[in-house]
Design a protein. Structure first.
Ligand SMILES: [Zn+2]
Length: 135
């Protein structure tokens, strides 16, 4: 198991706070994980012109909610990891290299850029050591 000398306890506290803040922010927006109610069931066949617009806004709302739900799930998972294995926080779940700058932007990410790209199906040009300092 890799040791994570780069992250000390006070840094972990900061990550935890950021994650909690982020979670609070997402929850504060409300309406999470609620699929848009399909009101068109009630009105059969009317408003042909209006329909595409309504559906489009529902799709947008739905996508937005799903994205937020995904982030919330990842935030919760990150908090759980931070709780259970603080020594591994900030390390890629796949290759155990420090995630580095990516973590600063998205404190809940699980993978380094390379492993993320690999799992997204982007061609991975061989293993490269990460030389980014974790600050
Ligand atoms: Zn990785």
């Amino acid at each position: 198991m890799a040791s994570n000398d780069a992250v000390d306890a006070s840094e972990l506290e900061q990550w935890k706070k950021r994650l909690l803040d982020l979670r609070a922010e997402i929850l504060a927006e409300g309406d999470l994980a609620i699929e848009p109610v399909r009101k068109d069931d009630a009105r059969v066949g009317n408003d042909e012109d209006e329909q595409p617009l309504v559906e489009m806004s529902q799709v947008i709302a739905s996508k937005r909610n799903r994205a937020r739900t995904d982030v919330l799930t990842k935030v919760n998972q990150a908090l759980a990891r931070l709780e259970k294995q603080p020594e591994l926080f900030g390390l890629c779940q796949e290759c155990e290299e420090p995630i580095g700058k990516r973590l600063a932007a998205l404190p809940y990410v699980e993978f380094c850029v390379e492993c993320q790209q690999a799992s997204d199906g982007v061609h991975k040009p061989g293993r490269r050591r990460h030389l980014l300092d974790f600050k």
